[in-house]
Design a protein around this ligand. Structure first.
Ligand SMILES: Nc1ncnc2c1ncn2[C@@H]1O[C@H](COP(=O)(O)OP(=O)(O)O)[C@@H](O)[C@H]1O
Ligand SMILES: [Mg+2]
Length: 342
């Protein structure tokens, strides 16, 4: 009992200054009103006792409120609440209640975000390991077969070596793409923007694809836009995007043509790569930009794909404050396009 009163008074001590001020004020009033000292002394004593009781009451209330807040915080810490609606404080603390609810929501969202990130990381690692294993196992398999005697069989030895070689190419493509992805992740991918001639840029890249297109009897079409047309961007990174789009177009087209279209708008130039290839099923359209996502894994691997090209392209185009868009009809072809600032 005595201890409780002591802690109540201690708790109310934050209001001591105000309280003393009030007492002094009342004592002065009493002195002024009652000149007889004998009468004012018991009055002051009475006042002191009342003051003491009031302090005790205030302190008790303060302790109760602090306890209420403490309990709520402890419950949050112990993850007792599932949603912020379960957090209820007494009415006169409702301002604080909202504040605590918002804090709870924020912490909950942060944790969920971190958990999602963690899951994505684990999944990415699992994908990477799987993707690395595929070519390595193939190379091992071919080499073992050769060592076990196939090396002396002129009907297959070259073929097996070529297969093994193709897999080392795949492995190296994968590592290069992984290095890009990790640079993007860590924010180390430095962009360097400047103006450059878009017609020359595209023509140069297309020239490299002529042998590949001829091999598959696919027509490469490009009608240059207005001479000297300049766009603003990171030339090397955009080259990577275009190379990937053209590689895809050739890989996933069996016959017909691949066309690069330039459409000049007021402040932008729209660049599209259109093919007459196998197309992409509607359900896969918004997933092909995800890392390692391929419509047909076997086909992608067979032609040296890593499943990372479009993920990298998307990132590069977004770094240009632009967006990469795909339209496709299964069996008819696909168009990938993006805008660049003039
Ligand atoms: N021009 C295209 N025509 C048909 N499918 C495409 C085309 N471009 C991309 N795809 C699909 O999107 C997937 C992801 O592309 P990308 O990230 O470049 O990986 P990949 O290394 O497999 O080419 C491909 O595996 C393929 O299924
Ligand atoms: Mg690709």
């Amino acid at each position: 009992m005595w201890n409780e009163i002591k802690s109540n008074i201690y708790s109310a001590s934050v209001y001591f200054r105000e309280f003393i001020l009030f007492l002094v004020f009342v004592v002065v009033i009493i002195f002024l009103l009652i000149e007889k000292l004998t009468l004012s002394i018991p009055l002051i004593l009475l006042l002191l006792v009342t003051g003491f009781i009031i302090l005790n009451l205030i302190g008790r209330r303060r302790i109760k409120e602090i306890d209420e807040i403490k309990n709520i915080i402890a419950s949050i810490r112990k993850s007792i609440y599932k949603s912020s609606d379960e957090i209820i404080l007494s009415e006169h603390l409702s301002g604080l209640e909202n504040e605590i609810k918002e804090m709870f929501e924020k912490a909950k969202n942060d944790i969920e975000y971190l958990e999602r990130l963690q899951r994505m990381r684990s999944q990415f690692l699992a994908n990477v390991s799987h993707e690395l294993r595929t070519p390595i196992f193939s190379i091992q398999g071919f080499i073992e077969t050769l060592l076990n005697g196939a090396i002396d069989d002129p009907k297959v030895n070259r073929h097996f070596l070529q297969k093994a070689n193709q897999n080392t190419v795949n492995l190296s493509n994968l590592l290069n793409d992984l290095i890009d992805i990790s640079m993007i992740e860590s924010g180390e991918m430095r962009m360097s923007y400047r103006y450059f001639d878009i017609n020359n840029f595209i023509q140069n890249i297309l020239n490299e694809f002529i042998p590949l297109a001829e091999e598959k009897s696919i027509k490469l079409i490009f009608n240059p836009s207005k001479e000297g047309l300049q766009v603003f961007g990171d030339k090397d990174k955009l080259r990577q995007v275009l190379v990937n789009l053209l590689q895809n177009a050739i890989k996933y087209t069996d016959e017909g043509s691949i066309e690069i279209l330039l459409a000049e708008e007021k402040k932008f130039v729209n660049i599209s790569v259109r093919d007459t290839g196998i197309g992409i099923p509607e359900a896969d359209l918004n997933r092909i930009f995800e890392r390692f996502y391929r419509v047909d894994k076997a086909r992608s691997r067979a032609v040296g794909g890593t499943g990372l090209g479009l993920a990298i392209a998307k990132h590069i185009i977004e770094a240009h404050n632009s967006k990469i868009i795909v339209q496709s009809t299964l069996g008819e072809g696909s168009i990938f396009s993006f805008m660049l600032k003039k």
